[in-house]
Design a protein. Structure first.
Length: 475
């Protein structure tokens, strides 16, 4: 009998060890959950997307120097259970074996059936990068075939593709297509089987100007909202435009498009993301380099009307400091927008983390100069992100006292600006950390993925934060 008990104990121990090897949410901020930590590989640019059942998809690029040439940044994907257990093999599954020698932005979303949707630049059809999309089901199967759906087959240059799952079960893909000095934004809709819905992609263009895709999200009734940066030369002002396309491709916000920001200039290389308001509209945030470094927010209603003043509401009226890299979240119940950013002195020597709450008309509610979460100091505060939670927001940022010594911090604020959870460590292992991707599950659990070089090369880590600011699985 004793030998049988020993055998049973050994078997249980083996099962437990096997399960733990697949990982789950970590309760220890010094450990975090490693999703891709192959030694010597360059694993970068994670994106996270929650599913309605509390599970998650996470994607990233992985360049393996030991793979057969040509070595490139390949597309990888992982699915996590609601408790953070990896459902695909550790280090993810390869979606596309590419020869891209560098990376650009790309797209990750989900459809109504729990599949992952990806859009990326593809070199498998030749040296010129084309736009490819892939649909991956919950078991890791390539629904649209091993090579996905290739949307371009031409000699033009293509940049920064995005994809979004529409409410009618389809998907919409957007990208920048450039030939010579002409750059346009192109949008195509796919049915659930990957077939084009529109006879030709819808093209956003303007004579004498270049358009560069910024972001793309599905809205109500099968529609999609798309934003882009408008410029007419390297040294020209860079401004923000948007439109909303119906399920049939009609421009709902006017044939002339909507000017989100048309006075001054965005920072060079800044392509602002936006979020949805849940009612067919969107909230935008951006920062300017001209006339000054300043953060703005704007809420566009479903009908294309501006809820905030034209060119947005500024985060702060303080003219002694400057501010960059804003992140927004939105509370539909009270029609309030939360924006957080990196605050810097005028010389950009010291910085901190500040925030602002706007009411439905864009009026500042946390004083004219905003709320000070982390005062100006010698540590660098970067990659500020936030999600709406409770009556306020959960804010994340990277604190860097020096090279290779960064940690990730978070704090929870109530709607009145009161600190509910004082700054706490999300990732305390000292390393270079960057490229945060943050989202929130329907349960209120937030998850952040990032690139981290704690093992000596860039790897992908993820950490959950529960609504009560604890880490790890809830008991």
């Amino acid at each position: 009998m004793k030998s049988k008990l020993v055998l049973i104990t050994v078997l249980i121990t083996c099962v437990m060890v096997g399960q733990s090897a697949w990982g789950q949410w970590s309760s220890d901020p010094s450990v975090n959950l490693a999703l891709a930590d192959k030694p010597s590989n360059d694993q970068v640019q994670p994106k996270v997307k929650p599913l309605p059942n509390g599970q998650w998809f996470v994607s990233w690029f992985d360049a393996d120097p030991n793979s057969p040439p040509p070595v490139g940044y390949d597309v990888y994907l992982q699915r996590l259970s609601a408790t953070g257990v990896e459902q695909f093999p550790h280090d993810g599954i390869m979606i596309a074996d590419l020869s891209n020698t560098s990376t650009q932005d790309y797209g990750l979303d989900t459809d109504d059936f729990g599949n992952a949707l990806l859009a990326f630049l593809d070199t498998r059809e030749g040296k010129n990068q084309q736009v490819t999309t892939a649909k991956i089901d919950a078991h890791g199967n390539a629904v649209w075939g091993s090579n996905g759906v290739q949307l371009t087959k031409n000699g033009s240059q293509h940049y920064d593709p995005k994809i979004t799952g529409t409410s009618d079960g389809g998907a919409v893909v957007g990208w920048t297509e450039a030939y010579g000095s002409v750059a346009n934004v192109k949008i195509q809709k796919l049915d659930p089987y990957g077939n084009p819905v529109w006879k030709q992609p819808i093209v956003f263009h303007e004579s004498g100007y270049q358009y560069f895709l910024a972001d793309l999200h599905a809205a109500d009734n099968g529609s999609v909202i798309v934003s882009w940066v408008r410029e007419n030369g390297f040294f020209s002002d860079k401004q923000l435009r948007a439109n909303k396309l119906s399920a049939s491709g009609e421009k709902l916000w006017g044939k002339g498009n909507l000017a989100i920001f048309d006075q001054g200039s965005l920072q060079f290389g800044n392509f602002p993301y936006f979020i949805l308001d849940g009612s067919g509209g969107a909230i935008f945030a951006w920062y300017t380099s001209s006339p000054i470094l300043q953060c703005f927010a704007q809420h566009i209603r479903a009908d294309g009307s501006e809820a905030f003043p034209h060119n947005g509401s500024a985060g702060s009226t303080d003219t002694n400091n400057v501010r960059v890299d804003p992140s927004v979240s939105y509370r539909a119940k009270t029609d309030e927008t939360f924006m957080f950013w990196t605050e810097e002195d005028s010389n950009q020597f010291v910085n901190g983390v500040y925030g602002q709450k706007f009411d439905g008309q864009g009026t500042s509610r946390w004083s004219a100069t905003g709320l000070v979460l982390i005062p100006l100091g010698s540590d660098t505060q970067t990659f500020v992100e936030n999600v709406q939670i409770g009556s306020g927001a959960l804010v994340f940022w990277v604190d860097s006292p020096g090279f290779g010594l960064s940690t990730m911090q978070a704090a929870k604020l109530a709607g009145n600006g009161r600190v509910m959870c004082a700054p706490f460590a999300v990732s305390s292992a000292p390393a270079n950390k960057y490229g945060l991707s943050l989202d929130k599950a329907p349960t209120g659990l937030a998850a952040v993925a990032w690139t981290d070089d704690r093992i000596g090369n860039n790897s992908i880590y993820i950490q959950n934060v529960n609504p009560d600011c604890s880490l790890g699985p809830k008991q």
